[in-house]
Design a protein around this ligand. Structure first.
Ligand SMILES: [Zn+2]
Length: 168
């Protein structure tokens, strides 16, 4: 299992290609967001550029999340590809900060921790509002409709009672 990559060992002619896997412990995901996680596979390629590097690849795995609506645990498959440029901090220009480019990262470190890359990509792929499925929303919708129906029934009942009283 390869975790640390030394960027200095990568040449223009020879990009680095790594296939590896990280278990839940190494990924260190916050329990309040991710209940459990299967090991995540990572395929990553790092290409040296005239300035900096391009990092691209794919992560795959499954996380157990808590549904934001019914609070049940459910599994969400994560299969995401990514690509970003890694540039030295000397390349930071005002424009880039202003526009907040997501596909550019700045770092002067020679070593990249691949577990960090996977952790970050998992976060980017997590749903903003976890839902156990479309059904969960539908159940809610039915309940809501049911309440309205009940109200109508009770109004009809009241009307019938009034009529009954008049007949007496
Ligand atoms: Zn749900």
């Amino acid at each position: 299992m390869k975790r640390y990559v030394n960027l200095r060992e990568i040449t223009v002619k020879e990009p680095l290609k790594v296939d590896t896997e990280f278990g839940e412990k190494l990924l260190d995901l916050p329990a309040e967001e991710v209940v459990r996680a299967t090991p995540f596979s990572l395929h990553v390629e790092i290409h040296k550029r005239a300035v900096g590097y391009n990092v691209r690849g794919q992560i795959k795995g499954t996380v157990t999340l808590r549904c934001s609506r019914c609070d049940r645990e459910y599994q969400e498959k994560i299969d995401g590809s990514f690509s970003f440029d890694l540039l030295p901090t000397s390349e930071i220009t005002e424009g880039q900060i202003k526009h907040g480019e997501l596909d550019v990262k700045f770092s002067d470190e020679d070593v990249v921790d691949l577990a960090d890359v996977v952790r970050e990509q998992i976060f980017l792929n997590l749903p903003v509002k976890p839902l156990c499925g479309e059904k969960c929303e539908l159940e809610d919708y039915k309940e809501w409709n049911g309440e309205e129906k009940d109200e109508r029934w009770s109004k009809l009942k009241q009307l019938k009672e009034k009529l009954d009283r008049k007949e007496k």
